[in-house]
Design a protein around this ligand. Structure first.
Ligand code: BES
Ligand code: MN
Ligand code: ZN
Length: 500
């Protein structure tokens, strides 16, 4: 998508479609909803706005042809909801809504009038462009008659008095963010037979080659290296599959970055999770192709980091394998020794994500990470707790958490903090080993996080359980059904803030 800025009067913009945000003012004496950004548009749509046909309700869409007094051929009114609740987060989704409304209507370009938001004009441009990229993505299918409905051109119409340098920068950054999030979504969308660990490794290599930065490098290791590093927890999952496991290691080390901090990004890359010997029920098992969404999020984040070049060292690790039953698969009752030397009793082979992450986190620390973030479709329990709205966040460090929370807000991604009290530790006590890999039915997302905590020690760490949010279950006005690309934007915002 070609994205540009314009500082023209919106009424003068010649375009297929001019999109504006309309809000509900919520005042008794001014019942008509208001267009944010321009008086001429308010007049062009005044009949409609006063007729009661448009309410400003969140993500409502109304299209007007040949709007009076405007050069645009069409005017699209997108509801922004109550004016008091309107922020860059609603704006991001409103932009996505506009694109998704236009796509099936054969329009290929639009101009979006930037409304004022409290976080500022640059944040507004960023939200519009990010939201547009998110909305423009529909997961590819293997249908022979699929159509290309992509929007080709987006113009953001900003106020003439804005700081143009700042908006150019915001636009460029947003483009990288949006493309990187969509790169993650492409990876997650692929079925297990078309995204094996080997193929994921190849895609990672290709991505790093395309970023083409002398400061970003990648190694993709196979089974020998995983065994050589004594990654007994990772290997215990990998041993059951005929597809060779891959350890993807990326290093971003820009000139001028301080020695510390070094941020370690670790992703769960289970390209298909059958459950292993503790096999999952057939019903819904096909969804487990998205069990590499955490790993894909880290690949998307590294892509954005390589392009945006923040001055901070970052290590990205994706532990990629299938989880399969076979004659070589691990069995419930087996005891495995993780890279750190800790012994693990396997109670359920379907609790495999925490096993691969245990060694991924330990390896990131060995490579020098001083701060850790992991992302994983880790537990069904987090879906029970938070549904498809919020991702679960766990943190062992309040300072790191509060910085991350601010990053989430800037990114417009919803996440909710979950507890990690030592009291939960007893859930993973084992009779035969140091710990066991499941903690029972109650508090399942927490016992999984407690398991990971065993492998990060005192390193400040954030764990994102994205099982409920990595896949959007139904079409929304601003995002298509399918892979969401959750966590990419928050992680990149966090990395930027750490770089100062
Ligand atoms: N990949 C699943 C978790 C999952 C569930 C992801 C639903 C996306 C949607 C994970 O590997 C798993 O199987 N977890 C088990 C753990 C249990 C055996 C302790 C679960 O949540 O049931
Ligand atoms: Mn599993
Ligand atoms: Zn899994």
């Amino acid at each position: 998508m070609k994205t540009t800025l314009s500082y023209s009067n919106p009424a003068e913009v010649e375009t297929e479609c001019l999109a504006v945000v309309v809000v509900d003012r919520g005042e008794k004496d001014k019942p008509a909803p208001a267009v944010l950004g321009n008086q001429a548009i308010q007049s062009a749509a005044s009949d409609l706005l006063t007729s009661g046909e448009v309410s400003g309700k969140i993500f409502e869409t109304v299209m007007v042809h040949r709007p009076e007094g405007l050069k645009a051929r069409r005017l699209l009114l997108v509801g922004g909801g109550k004016v008091k609740e309107f922020s860059s987060s609603e704006l991001r989704k409103a932009a996505g809504t506009a694109l998704r409304f236009l796509k099936p209507r054969k329009l290929r370009s639009l101009a979006f009038v930037l409304p004022e938001v409290a976080s500022g004009t640059a944040a507004g441009v960023k939200a519009v462009v990010e939201g547009a990229y998110v909305g423009n993505f529909d997961p590819d299918t293997y249908k022979s008659d699929r159509k290309d409905q992509l929007i080709r051109e987006l113009t953001v119409v900003a106020p003439a008095g804005a700081d143009r340098g700042a908006l150019d920068k915001a636009l460029a950054e947003a483009r990288v963010m949006g493309e990187s999030q969509n790169f993650t979504r492409e990876l997650v969308n692929e079925p297990g037979n078309r995204m094996t660990p080997t193929m994921l490794g190849e895609r990672a290599r290709k991505m790093v080659a395309e970023v083409n930065s002398p400061h970003l490098s990648i190694d993709v290791f196979g089974p020998e290296k995983i065994r050589e590093l004594k990654m007994g927890a990772f290997w215990s999952v990998a041993q059951g599959s005929d597809e060779p496991a891959q350890l993807i290691v990326m290093r971003y080390s820009p000139p001028g970055a301080p020695e510390k901090p070094v941020l370690g990004l670790v992703g769960k890359g289970i390209t298909f999770d059958s459950g292993g010997i503790s096999i999952k029920p057939a019903d819904g098992m096909e969804k487990m192709k998205y069990d590499m969404a955490g790993g894909a999020a880290m690949l998307g984040a590294i892509r954005a980091i390589g392009l945006l070049q923040p001055k901070i060292k970052v290590i990205g690790i994706v532990c990629a394998t299938e989880n399969m039953p076979s004659g070589k698969a691990q069995k419930p009752g087996d005891v495995q020794i993780a890279m750190t030397g800790k012994s693990i009793e396997i109670i359920n082979t379907d609790a495999e994500g925490r096993l691969v992450l245990a060694d991924g986190l330990a390896y990131a620390r060995q490579l020098g990470a001083t701060h850790l973030i992991d992302a994983a479709t880790l537990t069904g329990a987090v879906v029970v707790a938070l549904g498809g709205v919020n991702a679960g966040v766990f943190a062992n460090n309040d300072d790191m958490y509060s910085r991350f929370e601010q990053a989430e807000h800037r990114a417009g991604e919803k996440m909710w903090r979950m507890p990690l009290d030592e009291d939960y530790r007893e859930l993973i006590k084992s009779g035969i080993a140091d710990i066991k890999n499941t903690g029972g039915r109650y508090g399942g997302a927490i016992s999984a996080a407690m398991f990971l905590k065993e492998f990060v020690d005192d390193t400040p760490w954030i764990h994102l359980d994205i099982a409920g949010t990595a896949w959007t279950e139904e079409n929304k006005s601003w995002i298509a059904v399918g892979p969401s690309g959750i966590a990419v934007r928050s992680i990149v915002e966090f990395v930027k803030s750490m770089a100062g």
